[in-house]
Design a protein around this ligand. Structure first.
Ligand code: GLU
Length: 490
C-alpha cells in the first residue's frame, strides 16, 4: 500500500543549526519536493535544560535563509499541530499508558545507584553495559502497588527475543539480534519521555512516511522499529545519511572547520554555494559535475543514490566552490553582497560606500578573482579604509619588503620623485609607465621598489595592481603612507 509521502526535519533546539543538520533538512526537503510530498518541521524540545527559544528561532531562520520551506511547522501550523514536541506530551502519555497496560512496557524501580553499580560491574567483567532486567518480571499488581505508594520508577520497553529487520535506503537491509537491544527507558523517573519513544509517537501521529537522518541515529532505529511494531504501525522508509567527516576523517569538529551553518553565513559563503556543497555531502550529480543548483538537485535526488561511505567535509574544496559562485556574480550583485561584510567589520558605513559606489565597484572588480567569500573582500580591502598610520603590515608583506637592502633609500627617492607627478591626481596608467622607466633607469629590479611600495600602501604581499590601488587611495593618502612607511620600515 502506498501512503502519502510525508517527510520531516526534527531538530532539537539545543544549539545552532549544525551544518550536518542543514544537510539532513536539505535531503528530506528535496525528496519531498521532487516527489510531491509534504515537508514537515517539528521542534524536538523535550530536553528542557538545553532547549531555548533563541536556538529555535535561529534554526528556523537558518532553514529559511537556505530557501528550504516547510509545509507544516511550528510557525505555519498544519493538520497535525502542535509541532513542538513539548506540547504533545499528552499524546506521549497516552501511548505510554497503553504500552504499560498491554505489558509491552514495564515499570522499573531500580535506583540510579543500583544501575551505576551494575554498569561498573559489567565494565569490570568486560561485558556490554545493558540493563539486566531485574524488574522485568515483577508482578503487575506489585509494580502498581509500589508506584501508588510513591516509589519512583522509569518505564522500560520489554524487548522480546528475535531479530529486528528494516530496510535502509542508503545502507541496504539491516538486521539486529534483539539480544543487542536492551530494555530501554521510554519515560524517565521525572516523567520526561526519552527521544526514542517520543520520536516514534510523533512520527506515527504525523504520518511520516520517510525518515532520512544522520547515521549516528542508526543505533536507535531497532528500538524505534520495535516500537512501531508494538503500535501495530508500519515503520517509515529509513535512510541513514553518511557522517560528515572532517579532513582528519574524524567527526566534524571546530578543529577542521566550523560546524554551524551560521558560521559559514557569517564568513560570507554565498547561499547557493553552501547549498551546492551540502548536496555533495554523500550524493553526486553524475560523478563529474560539481557545480549545480538546488533546482537540479531536486530534479535528480534519490535517497537510493546516497553513498554509505562517510563524506569528507573538505573546507578547501568548499572555499574553491564558494569562489566559483562569487565569480559567477555580476559586479553590481557582488558589490551588494560584500557591502554588509565591510560594514560588519567596522570598515565603513553603508552610506559611505554608496556615496562612492563606482569606486567600490572597481575595487570589487579588481578582487573578484582572488576572493572566495564575501568576508575575504573585507579582509583584502581593509587597507583602503584604515587610518594611514594604522595600515596592518602583514608578516609576508613585511618580509618581502625587507628583502631589499636599499628599500628605504629607494622608497625615499621614489616618494620625492612621485610627489609632483601625482599633484593633479593619480593617473594609474601614466604613473605605472613612468615608474617602470624610473626603476629601469636606476638599474633596479622591479620587486626592489614594488614590494616595499605595496607594503607601504596596502600592508599586503599581493593584491590588485598597485597603481590602481594608488588611484583608489588618492594622492594625499599615497604620499602620507609612503612617509609613514619610511619610519615604520626603518
Ligand atoms: N531531534 C533529533 C535530532 O536532532 C531527531 C533525530 C531524528 O531525525 O529522528 O537528532
Amino acid at each position: 500500500m502506498t501512503r502519502p509521502l510525508r517527510l520531516r526535519f526534527a531538530p532539537s533546539p539545543t544549539g545552532k543549526l549544525h551544518i550536518g543538520g542543514a544537510r539532513t533538512a536539505l535531503f528530506n526537503w528535496a525528496y519531498a519536493r521532487r516527489y510531491g510530498g509534504r515537508f514537515v518541521l517539528r521542534i524536538e524540545d523535550t530536553d528542557p535544560e538545553r532547549s531555548t527559544k533563541e536556538h529555535e528561532r535561529a534554526i528556523l531562520e537558518g532553514l529559511a535563509w537556505l530557501g528550504l520551506d516547510w509545509d507544516e511547522g511550528p510557525d505555519v501550523g498544519g493538520p497535525h499541530a502542535p509541532y513542538h514536541q513539548m506540547q504533545r506530551i499528552g499524546r506521549h502519555k497516552e501511548y505510554a499508558a497503553d504500552l504499560l497496560a498491554r505489558g509491552i512496557a514495564y515499570r522499573c524501580f531500580c535506583t540510579r545507584e543500583r544501575l551505576e553499580e551494575l554498569a561498573r560491574a559489567q565494565e569490570a567483567a568486560r561485558e556490554k553495559s545493558a540493563y539486566d532486567g531485574r524488574c522485568r518480571d515483577l508482578a503487575a499488581e506489585e509494580a502498581a502497588r509500589r508506584a501508588t505508594a510513591g516509589e519512583s520508577f522509569t518505564l522500560r520497553f520489554r524487548v522480546q527475543p528475535g531479530t529486528t529487520r528494516f530496510a535502509d535506503r542508503v545502507r541496504g537491509d539491516m538486521s539486529f539480534d534483539n539480544k543487542e537491544v536492551e530494555d530501554w527507558v521510554m519515560v524517565r523517573s521525572d516523567g520526561n519521555p526519552t527521544y526514542n519513544f517520543v520520536v516514534v509517537c510523533d512520527d506515527v501521529d504525523m504520518q511520516i512516511s520517510h525518515v532520512f537522518r544522520g547515521e549516528e541515529h542508526l543505533v536507535n532505529t531497532p528500538k524505534q522499529v520495535l516500537l512501531y511494531q508494538a503500535f501495530g504501525q508500519e515503520p517509515p522508509v529509513f535512510g541513514h545519511l553518511p557522517l560528515m567527516l572532517g579532513t582528519d576523517k574524524k567527526k566534524l569538529s571546530k578543529r577542521t572547520g566550523d560546524t554551524a551553518l551560521q558560521d559559514y553565513r557569517d564568513r560570507g559563503f554565498p547561499r547557493r554555494a553552501i547549498l551546492n556543497f551540502l548536496c555533495l555531502q554523500g550524493w553526486a550529480l553524475d560523478g563529474q559535475t560539481e557545480i549545480f543548483g538546488v533546482e537540479e538537485f531536486v530534479q535528480h535526488f534519490d535517497i537510493a543514490d546516497v553513498g554509505k561511505a562517510g563524506s569528507i567535509f573538505d573546507i578547501e574544496k568548499f572555499l574553491w566552490l564558494s569562489g566559483e559562485y562569487i565569480r559567477r556574480e555580476a559586479p553590481e550583485e557582488l558589490a551588494e553582497n560584500c557591502l554588509p561584510f565591510l560594514v560588519a567589520r567596522g570598515l565603513t558605513s553603508e552610506a559611505g560606500l554608496r556615496a562612492r559606489w563606482s569606486w567600490f565597484l572597481e575595487v570589487v572588480g579588481a578582487e573578484r578573482e582572488r576572493i572566495r567569500t564575501y568576508g575575504e573582500l573585507a579582509d583584502r580591502a581593509a587597507y583602503l579604509f584604515a587610518p594611514d598610520a594604522a595600515v596592518a603590515y602583514h608578516d609576508d608583506a613585511l618580509a618581502a619588503a625587507r628583502k631589499h637592502a636599499q628599500r628605504l633609500e629607494t622608497l625615499r627617492d621614489y616618494l620625492e620623485w612621485l610627489r609632483p607627478r601625482v599633484a593633479g591626481g593619480v593617473d594609474s596608467a601614466a604613473v605605472r609607465d613612468a615608474t617602470k622607466a624610473w626603476v629601469a633607469d636606476r638599474g633596479l629590479k622591479m620587486p626592489a621598489l614594488f614590494q616595499p611600495l605595496r607594503c607601504a600602501l596596502t600592508g599586503l604581499a599581493g593584491g590588485p595592481d598597485l597603481f590602481d590601488a594608488m588611484r583608489w587611495l588618492g594622492a594625499p593618502v599615497v604620499l602620507r603612507r609612503l612617509e609613514i612607511a619610511l619610519e615604520r620600515l626603518a
